[in-house]
Design a protein around this ligand. Structure first.
Ligand code: GLC
Length: 427
């Protein structure tokens, strides 16, 4: 028996050390929107875990629309539930969510920031705290069917709204006569939600109608150019655009267009890769360019985009921050650009041959980003959510035909000055 003791001791020691070498992995949870490359994120997480056996990353799918994602995060934060990593819309810094995010500079973000567009980094700084690292950027674009433009004798995409109306009407009439009875000229996003704010901001800016509230803090929305443009868009419904756009967000309009039911589509860069997927009905027929304007001179695109941040309830903020740096890195953004068409926040990637082969229009996108128009979120913080809700509801009523744009904008001006305390004036 005595002879057995050393063996027993060795076995117990081995057992103990094996236990010590394999502690429970630390779990980091990220909630990522279905439309922000959720699947690629799961792949990136798997690659990270293979190299970090002590860490388990759980990527949960979040809602597709920004408003729904905001509501979902608000619930998580209220309940202090275990979400570590969240994605932040460019319009969110300054909303209450920023109060629940850690300052990533305290966790070594500094060394990663130099590679990003400085303006996007700056947008994510609230009261000196860096609450998100840039992840991808967005600009509103005009998609068109290259085959149909050619078939109907148009040399290139429209530069003005007049041209778009003419092309949309011609192609629509031709396609319907050819038996495609549900074919429409143009689809976009007019559901009453944040996406309508961007669409309508683009309409206004494209027609010299200002940007709702100027960067200097003047409520400019009530002006004749803005009213004329909104009335014009209301006139598209039922003529060159289906009334169904009143219920369309990004995904509904993308699916409608990709199924081959419309000539033109307003949407973000992510559509390009999906529309050109081998199984897509419009593969190889996808054109993309900047949005038209009234005079063909004004260059218009609504600015969007997202960053990644860490909640202050995270039990492992330093590990969550490391994962955010990895998810937003050159390597991850390159993969997301090639596999998902997500526009990088790292300028160097716009020179990368593989990125450009996957999305050839990224060269032009870089120019579009430089002139893209921001929503008035910074200037109206912390009240941007009330501002955008008042705006998209007013626009929606005009598009529905409930009210003329002049009257709607007059009331809206009063609402916006009351919400923000800012003065009103011409753009
Ligand atoms: C895109 C943009 C985001 C915007 C949203 C509106 O996700 O990146 O900034 O708020 O669309 O629907």
């Amino acid at each position: 028996m005595n002879k057995l003791w050393p063996a027993v001791v060795v076995i117990v020691m081995l057992w103990l050390s094996a236990g010590a070498a394999q502690p429970e992995p630390i779990t980091i949870t990220a909630v990522i929107s279905e439309t922000s490359g959720y699947r690629i994120m799961a792949d990136l997480a798997a690659a990270y875990m293979a190299e970090h056996p002590g860490v388990r990353i759980v990527v949960l799918p979040g809602p597709a629309r920004t408003d729904d994602l905001f509501a979902a995060y608000a619930l998580h934060l209220e309940r202090q539930s275990g979400v570590d990593i969240v994605q932040l819309d460019v319009i969110w810094p300054g909303t209450f969510i920023s109060d629940y995010l850690i300052d990533l500079k305290q966790y070594g973000a500094g060394e990663h920031l130099g590679q990003h567009f400085p303006a996007i980094v700056k947008n994510n700084v609230v009261d000196g705290r860096l609450i998100a690292v840039p992840w991808f950027t967005d600009a509103g674009l005009l998609y068109y069917r290259t085959d149909l433009l050619e078939q109907y004798g148009f040399a290139g995409p429209p530069a003005t709204w007049d041209e778009l109306e003419e092309m949309a009407a011609t192609i629509q009439a031709g396609e319907r006569a050819a038996g495609n009875r549900d074919f429409w000229g143009f689809v976009f996003q007019a559901l009453p939600y944040e996406g309508l704010t961007v669409n309508a901001l683009e309409w206004l800016a494209s027609a010299g109608g200002g940007t709702i509230i100027s960067p200097e803090g003047v409520v400019t929305v009530n002006n004749p150019a803005a009213a004329a443009m909104l009335n014009r868009v209301a006139g598209w419904l039922g003529n060159i655009a289906p009334r169904a756009v009143l219920g369309f967000a990004e995904e509904e309009s993308r699916i409608f267009w990709t199924a081959g039911n419309a000539a033109f589509l307003r949407n973000w860069p992510y559509v390009y890769t999906l529309a050109n997927h081998p199984t897509s009905p419009v593969v190889g027929k996808v054109g993309v360019t900047r949005l038209p304007s009234l005079d063909g001179e004004a260059q218009v695109a609504g600015l969007g985009g997202w960053g990644l941040g860490v909640t202050s309830f995270s039990a492992h903020p330093e590990i969550a921050a490391e994962i955010v740096f990895y998810f937003t890195s050159h390597y991850a953004q390159r993969r997301r650009a090639i596999e998902g068409g997500f526009a990088p926040t790292i300028p160097a990637l716009y020179q990368d041959p593989e990125v450009l082969a996957a999305s050839p229009f990224f060269t032009e996108l870089l120019e579009i980003l430089a002139i893209a128009v921001a929503r008035p979120s910074a200037v109206s913080a912390p009240n941007y959510r009330e501002v955008t809700q008042a705006f998209f509801q007013a626009v929606h009523r005009v598009l529905e035909g409930q009210i003329g744009a002049e009257e709607a904008l007059e009331v809206l001006e009063l609402e916006l000055t009351a919400i923000t305390g800012l003065p009103s004036g011409p753009p």
